[in-house]
Design a protein around this ligand. Sequence first.
Ligand code: KG4
Ligand code: ZN
Length: 339
Amino acid sequence: MIILGIETSCDETAAAVVHGNGSSLKILSNIIASQQEVHQKYGGIVPELASRRHMEVILPVIQEALDQAKVTLAEIEAIAVTVMPGLVGSLLVGLQVAKGIAFAQGIPFVGVSHLEGHLQAALLEHPKVTYPYLALLVSGGHTLIYHVSLFSRYELIGGTRDDAAGEAFDKVAKILGLGYPGGPLIDKLARDGNPKAIKFPQGKISGHPFDFSFSGLKTAVLNYVRQSCRGEVTSPLLENICASFQETVVDDLVRKTVLAAEEKGVKTIVVSGGVACNSRLREKLPQAFFPSPLLCTDNAAMIAAVGYQYLKKGQTSPWSLNAVANQDAGNPSMNSGSA
Ligand code: KG4
Ligand code: ZN
């Protein structure tokens, strides 16, 4: 089955073509048009600008995905599209285009949860990942730990009480006067800093060993910057703050993930979401499976991969399907209706 995946939940316009055959999935193309330059000067995503940019580039991005996969639209057998969670105006662009193409071509479409996409991304590349596995999903919007016993069987074990890990990276980058998104910039600067230079506090929630809190850490960085420098933060303090902040986040993520895997008696650990690109996290969790960076950040191949699993079971979505901004993290799979 040849599937076109579409993802427009946030600030990346993405389309991918995957070929599913039994239990094997092959990525034929995976195109991502980033909107970073649109939002950079605002220090964060502006929802209205995001949906407008999606509208401008979605069709050329889909065409590029088809061209690179060397398939025509007529050869696409089904469409998988992100419907939740995300910016509703952005989600709607992808969903309407998916419905339009599916209707015109007379093929089925299936709505997919962005969370489930991230949770399944590692399976696209690592044949050794088998169920059950423990998944750490760390992105700009989420920091969640799941026990995944089977496809679409997820038990939520822990999550953040306030900021997501990627959000903390982005906010600290803003405090330090760096650009957006902050994660890659902090990661790069941290390589020249001392991770033990400054002791920042790790968030703890009593009675909930697998939950996270990053807002106190963010405030601690802000206070440290206010106390130790007037105006611009310069080298070598900048690199030391980046390295010490990053180390605090990474140590927290690694410790709780490993503890959760032990508690659940699960040997396989999978990490996904944008923060899974972090070089220090990859270094400190060598036993885990990480998707390649292009499959960690938002992409449509992971959406097509999940869609394929549903389509294989005969599940498709009705034309009435709508985009939803929020999703209960306790149920990251998308009940997309029956065929
Ligand atoms: O998964 P993603 O592309 O979008 C969401 O679903 O949120 O994740 C984006 C997040 C941003 O917060 C970005 O700063 C963070 O992932 N990120 C990183 C790195 N690369 C991206 N955080 C830390 N280190 C990185 N190398
Ligand atoms: Zn994401």
